[in-house]
Design a protein around this ligand. Structure first.
Ligand code: NAP
Length: 381
């Protein structure tokens, strides 16, 4: 089978390189694009022909996208690149995906381009990355059988964060007050950042966390009915980000991956019961590549009936999608009582975490919900 070429914008960036490699690993031809040619010493090995196009040159973008079946944008800050690149993808009649963590960018992309994408029958899918897409899928997975959810809390723990230049610039460009969901609405988060302790799975254990809501808040708001949704991060990576001396990521293997470990822990509270899904793995930049490439592949080969701008979980079956990431991600699920539930004599935590042996159905009946889950085939590691 010949696979259509996929264009990657920002292909010379840290994340863009992971995405190019992942596409090639999966047998796709790649059209690498950037606003300038990469230094020649970057072009070792099996490197396809590079195309140069700046975001403020629509003709050059049109030429660069010629023949591509989809565009993955890895160039951020996305508030600067996404509008021009989505418009170029729409002109070319091809799907657009990006990896933004920026709330402003994802809001704009979803709101502005839905209608035209519908007319053209193509997909605009922003935030298909570690921040944004992964939390969106986990939140949808843990809540979709519940109906009404009281609250969703997303906790991210990293052992450290050696940021790229793109990460630093993106932080500098996005200084507006971030949004959370309260009373079911997107609202600015409190000025005094909420802090608390969070019990993560090992090896992180108890960590102090602070509110860091990113693009997942905007995407989750489209498809989850929850009174409140907020996101937190532990302090070690934030200290790294705040220190100008923190180095860039260092590769520890031939794939370019760093030794960074992460866990993303999503709690959905329904009455006196908390449902929890946890995804663990390594290197938040590297994991973004299989997340966005899997999405691109699915959009190409199993497109939605209607084009449009979508949040990740509006397009994909979360259980199947998360299972497809299994080599890169270990997913675990559990249910347990809230503190209030424990005081009322509700059950303690019951693990339904990953199983390779099928496993029996687990049932949780909470005050206002009924949830049935089959333990997922979650990974080899
Ligand atoms: N949501 C997530 O979990 C997640 C994960 C990974 C990355 N990201 C985001 O992805 C972006 C890239 O990160 P990175 O780690 O790959 O950074 P990076 O290594 O510094 O690469 C940045 C890339 O963006 C390009 N770029 C920046 N501004 C541009 C503009 N105005 N026009 C055209 N190209 C532009 C750069 O081109 P030049 O080389 O020409 O400067 C480079 O190719 C950041 O915004 C980061 O926050 C998000």
């Amino acid at each position: 089978m010949t696979t259509p070429p996929i264009a990657v914008y920002g292909a010379n960036g840290h994340t863009g390189r992971f995405v190019v490699r992942e596409l090639q690993r999966r047998g796709y031809a790649v059209v690498p694009i950037g606003r300038r040619s990469p230094p020649s010493n970057d072009q070792g090995g099996d490197v396809p022909e590079w195309r140069v196009a700046s975001c403020d040159d629509p003709d050059a973008l049109d030429r660069a996208l010629h023949g591509a079946a989809a565009l993955i944008n890895c160039a951020g800050p996305f508030v600067d690149t996404a509008p021009a690149l989505i418009e170029a993808a729409l002109r070319a009649g091809i799907h657009y995906l990006d990896v933004t963590a920026e709330q402003r960018s994802v809001r704009q992309s979803l709101a502005t381009y839905d209608e035209e994408a519908r007319e053209r029958g193509t997909v605009v899918l922003p935030a298909m990355a570690f921040y944004g897409g992964l939390a969106d899928l986990l939140a949808a997975d843990v809540t979709q059988r519940l109906g009404l959810v009281d609250s969703i809390e997303i906790g991210v723990a990293l052992d450290y964060w050696h940021p790229t230049e793109g990460t630093r610039k993106t932080g500098d460009r996005n200084t507006a007050r971030r949004l959370v969901i309260a009373d079911g609405r997107l609202v600015p988060m409190p000025r005094s950042l909420p802090r608390r302790d969070w019990i993560f799975p090992e090896p992180f254990g108890v960590q102090e966390v602070v509110a860091v809501p990113l693009s997942e808040i905007v995407t989750i708001h489209r498809h989850v009915t929850a009174s409140s949704v907020s996101s937190y991060m532990n302090l070690a990576p934030l200290r790294d980000l705040g220190d100008a001396r923190t180095p860039k990521p260092t590769a520890v293997d031939r794939s370019g991956r760093s030794s960074q470990r992460f866990v993303m822990d999503v709690h959905a509270t329904c009455g006196t019961t908390t449902h929890r899904i946890t995804a663990s793995g390594g290197d938040i930049y590297a994991i973004t590549a299989p997340i966005v490439v899997e999405a691109c592949s699915r959009v190409l080969y199993d497109p939605p009936v209607t084009g449009g701008a979508y949040a990740p979980a509006e397009l994909f079956d979360t259980e199947i999608y998360l299972a497809a990431l299994a080599p890169h991600l270990v997913v675990a699920r559990s249910t347990g009582a809230t503190e209030q539930g424990e005081r009322n004599g509700n059950v303690g935590p019951r693990s339904v975490h990953d199983s390779h042996h099928g496993g029996s159905e687990q049932r949780c009946v909470a005050a206002r919900c009924e949830w049935t889950a089959t333990p997922e085939h979650a990974g080899d590691s």
